[in-house]
Structures are given as structure tokens and as C-alpha cells.
Design a protein around this ligand. Structure first.
Ligand SMILES: [Zn+2]
Length: 257
């Protein structure tokens, strides 16, 4: 079996002590690729160091996270744009989106940053990796604004309703399924039987959102097997089948990188 972690911040300081062990465990868990979303200008060096240490295995994206959007977001976007133009190592624009959970002050700026980064993704022919919290409908609407322009990507850490899932699938986007699928109160378990396997990719969002039974711990890519198992159970299929389809989807999403 081959698995891919489509979303892991494996370069953050939470992994400074034991990153090599974490990667070794990921490899033992049949993970053949880990995709790394950027956060903002402070995370780029760390992310690229990890990418250089594990070439072809830890694969970087470039983008500005909505929680890092404030008054100075244009300066941050300039850095994103510059990196996308001068380097060919990125495979997606991410993570981008909106987040109304912590703070609504910069919602307009978040939307503006999202639109600008969607244009960058179209220009560079990259998928986008979308973060949304308490703002799924708003993000779906934003993506709809780009209808017919070839925008594609994934709604990472999907935790919405079946109606929202269907809208996303109709837009041709993937649903990133992670630890929330294993949470009793996550609301996702009930939806899994209705979500087509062709539309899902697996992710951990490490170091966040560790799946049950490791909930609350630092998450790491090898824990993705708990997510795959949960989906296999909900779909009444083998874990190998889930892994095979989700990994194929991930390769399609990131154009084989
Ligand atoms: Zn993330």
C-alpha cells in the first residue's frame, strides 16, 4: 500500500527535536509523499530546509495562510509571488483561504488575499489548498467567482455538511479528510458513506488535529493510517483500496509531483 499525506506542516518547530524519526515513521507507515503548505514569510526558510533535506519526499507549496493576513498582507503576497516566479519547486498555492474563528477583523483582506492567490494559481497552473474555518460557504462562493477559469484544488480539513461536500465536488475540487473524520463529535463520520472516494485526499495537518485514539497529541504523518482505517470502515472497504484511490487522487491533484 502507498499513502500520501496531502497536508502536513512537518517543518514547524514542533518537529525540531525528532524530525528524522517522524519521517522514518512516515516511511514505515507506507507514506510515499508529504506535501507541505506554507504559512507566511516566517515559515518559508524552515519549509525549504525540510524540502532540501528530503527531496521528492517532502514537497513544498507557496502561499499565505489566512491567519497571517493583516494590514500588511500585500507585502506578504509580494513575497509569495516572488517565490512562485523564481523557483520551480512548488506544486501548489497554499495554504490560502479565510478563517473567522479567531478574528473577523481582516475578513475583507483575507478575501482579497485569497482572490489574488487564486489568480497566481491560475497563472502558474497550480492547484490551491484551501483553509477555511467557520467560513466554508464564504470560501465556496469565492471559488465560484473563478468558475470557468480553470481553478482547481482541495478544501483541506473538510468538516462541512453533505450539501457543502456536494457543492465542492461539483466545482471539481477535492475534500481533504483528516483527523476530524475520527472524532466522535466531528460530524464527518456520518457523511463518509455518501462522499465518493474519487473526491477525497488524505491529510493529517500535522502537528495539529491528531486523530482518535491519539487526539490531543502532536500529530504526525504516520498517524494518517487511523484516518484511512476510519474511512475504510465507513465505506466497508479494505484500507488498501482507500489508500490506493486517495493516493491516486493526491497525485492527480498535484499533477504527479
Ligand atoms: Zn495547514
Amino acid at each position: 500500500m502507498q499513502l500520501a499525506d496531502s497536508h502536513a506542516h512537518i517543518y514547524l518547530e514542533q518537529f525540531d527535536e525528532d524530525q528524522e524519526d517522524v519521517i522514518a515513521r512516515a516511511q514505515e507507515a507506507a507514506i510515499h509523499k508529504i506535501y507541505m503548505p506554507n504559512i507566511d514569510h516566517t515559515s518559508i526558510d524552515r519549509m525549504l530546509e525540510t524540502a532540501a533535506k528530503y527531496p521528492g519526499y517532502c514537497i513544498p507549496m507557496m502561499g499565505l495562510h489566512p491567519c497571517s493576513v493583516d494590514k500588511k498582507f500585500e507585502k506578504e503576497l509580494y513575497i509569495v509571488e516572488e517565490w512562485l516566479s523564481k523557483s520551480d519547486q512548488f506544486v501548489a498555492v497554499g495554504e490560502i483561504g479565510t478563517d473567522l474563528y479567531w478574528d473577523k477583523t481582516f475578513f475583507d483582506q483575507q478575501k482579497e488575499a485569497f482572490r489574488i492567490q487564486c489568480d497566481l494559481a491560475i497563472k502558474h497552473d497550480f492547484p490551491i489548498v484551501i483553509h477555511c474555518r467557520e467560513s466554508l460557504d464564504e470560501n465556496i462562493e469565492l471559488v465560484e467567482e473563478f468558475g470557468g477559469k480553470g481553478l482547481r484544488g482541495v478544501f483541506h480539513c473538510f468538516s462541512g455538511t453533505i450539501e457543502q461536500a456536494k457543492k465542492i465536488i461539483d466545482l471539481g475540487f477535492y475534500l481533504g479528510i483528516g483527523g476530524v473524520a475520527t472524532f466522535k463529535n466531528g460530524g464527518l463520520v456520518e457523511l463518509l458513506p455518501e462522499i465518493p472516494l474519487e473526491s477525497i485526499v488524505l491529510e493529517t495537518d500535522s502537528p495539529y488535529l491528531a486523530p482518535t485514539p491519539l487526539r490531543g497529541k502532536r500529530n504526525e504523518p504516520s498517524f494518517i493510517t487511523h484516518v484511512a482505517e476510519k474511512i475504510a470502515h465507513a465505506k466497508d472497504q479494505d484500507i488498501e483500496k482507500i489508500g490506493e484511490i486517495a493516493t491516486r487522487n493526491t497525485a492527480t491533484l498535484f499533477k504527479g509531483h
